[in-house]
Ligand binder design. Structure first.
Ligand SMILES: Cc1ncc(COP(=O)(O)O)c(C=O)c1O
Length: 522
């Protein structure tokens, strides 16, 4: 990684060293001839922008900061001038993200080749944008779609946009690990039999904690049923770059795969990849959805970071991931030496089923330590460590290509200071452990109908029998107990009261303490 960043920095500084890129020529016209198609050593989008900058054209166009001249000084001093210089807009020579024919097309061709897909798209509003486009383009009003209940909230957004009717796949929650698992082959097979009219299936793998389902057999059986497979692989953009990582849905030829390159690769926040494999999904509809859902002013900083990230991964990925894997293994071993802590490994995951674990995710379980994951997060904050997330049982840390022996040692030292060993899980966890999660409620309206209907806020105590207009998700399990358009059953309300009394978090309810309100279809 260090090498990659250094090269980018040097090239951005222009001058003769910038010429290390084959196309470091001042004449940008030469860049638009598709030369880059298979040359993974190139970063065509970056090269094209640098060539353009070298021409020092008079910018009588947006953005208003005009290469940084009009930028707030404090920000410019901190960010440096080059950030503003590269923050160009889509003027003709610089191509268009949504209808690419020049340097963006060349960058996309290289990404398509690198990820082994039929077409890869750069998306500038995250995997949220990818998921909206995936669902919006593959199902339409009234179509049934099989969808993992533990999906990211953008999947519900996709249902609202498309008007589709969800057939939720229940998610298995492990009290042992403290999180839900991706849906497996048996669950998918059962859903295919139960919902023969379904037009698509949407799955999430890996989950936030890096637990991954092998998509091969799932994709195979869904394709035998003529069903396109849409996969939220937000946390798995690195999978294809090292053999120690879990298998990617890309290798299984899932029809559409969304990856947050910004989460596990090194591109800038918000930049994601949407991968298309031909067969069932209409490419034109997918492109139209991306046109509808994305800004007409995509940031070149984001797209260039995707192009450079692809270049870094293809040319140096194996080497830099090997180093990161070594660090993660060292961290796992050291954390497991701390009494009372357990850093989850494949042996823990395999007790739940046949799953893979991304070694870069460190799920540190505090169950035996006498403090909750949430408390541990706060204590780590006092030690100067910010974690990815915490839940009642765990804190989750991400190791990436940006880590060093020093950063890992710092984490381990902080964790040593944080852990406590009175060997008794906190009361709220003991109260919750083993609870039966409510079943999936009756779908009375589609999420779109529920979204479009008038809404009203009522006390939770009066909610039984009404229709939810929101996603309501208690943590744990982090899986929604209500989604838009579902009937609010007694079972769900009782579970919510239990969570409220224990004092755990519920997303989607309003109000303080036990004064809780819920938004319903009026
Ligand atoms: C499983 C999953 N899918 C999708 C997303 C959305 O990704 P992005 O932040 O790139 O929009 C997230 C974000 O955390 C996620 O965890």
């Amino acid at each position: 990684m260090r090498r990659g960043v250094a090269q980018l920095g040097r090239a951005l500084g222009s001058g003769p060293r910038g010429r290390r890129f084959k196309s470091g020529r001042p004449d940008h016209e030469l860049l638009f001839k598709g030369e880059a198609k298979t040359d993974q050593k190139r970063i065509p989008l970056f090269e094209g922008l640098l060539s353009f900058l070298k021409e020092k054209r008079l910018p009588m166009h947006i953005p208003g900061h005009k290469g940084g001249s009009g930028a707030p000084l404090t920000l410019k001093e901190f960010l440096g001038e080059n950030v503003f210089r590269l923050d160009l807009t889509e003027i003709a020579p610089l191509d268009h993200l949504l209808t690419p024919r020049g340097i963006i097309k060349e960058a996309l061709d290289l990404a398509t080749q690198a990820f082994g897909t039929d077409q890869t798209f750069f998306v500038v509003n995250g995997t949220t944008g990818c998921i909206l486009a995936m669902i919006f383009s593959s199902v339409t009003e009234g179509d049934e779609i099989i969808i993992s209940r533990a999906s990211h909230r953008s999947a519900i957004g996709g249902l609202i946009l498309s008007g589709a009717f969800p057939r939720y796949l229940p998610s298995k929650f492990s009290w042992e690990c403290g999180f839900s698992f991706p849906n497996n082959l048996e669950e998918v097979k059962a859903a295919l039999e139960r919902y023969p009219k379904a037009k698509a299936i949407f799955l999430t793998s890996p989950n936030y904690y890096g637990v991954t389902q092998d998509s091969y057999s799932i994709v195979k059986i869904c394709h035998e049923h003529g069903l396109p497979v849409l996969v939220d692989e937000a946390h798995g953009a690195h999978f294809i770059f090292h053999e120690s990582f879990p298998p990617s849905a890309l290798k299984a030829k899932a029809d559409l795969v969304a990856q947050s390159a910004h989460k596990t690769l090194s591109s800038l926040t918000q930049s994601s990849l949407l991968h298309y494999n031909k067969g069932i999904i209409d490419l034109h509809r997918l492109q139209s959805a991306l046109l509808i859902l994305q800004t007409t002013s995509p940031s070149y900083l984001l797209t260039v970071s995707l192009d450079a990230s692809r270049w870094q991964m293809v040319n140096y990925g194996r080497e830099i991931w090997q180093k990161a894997i070594d660090l993660a293994e060292y961290a796992r071993a050291e954390l497991n030496r701390i009494e009372g802590l357990k850093c989850l490994g494949e042996e823990d995951i395999s007790k739940v089923g046949d799953f893979y674990l991304d070694p870069m995710k460190l799920t540190i379980n505090f169950k035996e330590s006498g403090i909750s994951g949430r408390e541990a997060e706060k204590m780590l904050r006092k030690e100067g460590v910010e974690v990815e997330l915490s839940d009642p049982w765990n804190v989750l840390c991400l190791v990436s290509t940006g880590d060093t022996w020093e950063s890992i040692d710092r984490l381990v030292q902080a964790m040593r200071r944080v852990k406590q060993t009175n060997g008794k899980a906190p009361k709220e966890l003991r109260d919750l452990e083993g609870s039966t999660l409510p079943g999936i409620p009756e779908q009375v309206l589609t999420p779109r109908e529920a979204f479009q209907a008038p809404h009203r806020l009522i006390p939770l105590k009066d909610a039984v029998g009404k229709i939810s207009s929101e996603i309501v998700a208690p943590y744990p399990p982090g899986i929604p107990v209500l989604c838009p358009g579902e009937k609010i059953e007694e079972e769900v309300v009782s579970y919510l009261w239990k969570i409220i009394r224990i004092g755990l978090v519920i997303h989607g309810l309003e109000g303080e303490g036990e004064e809780k309100w819920i938004r319903i279809v009026a």
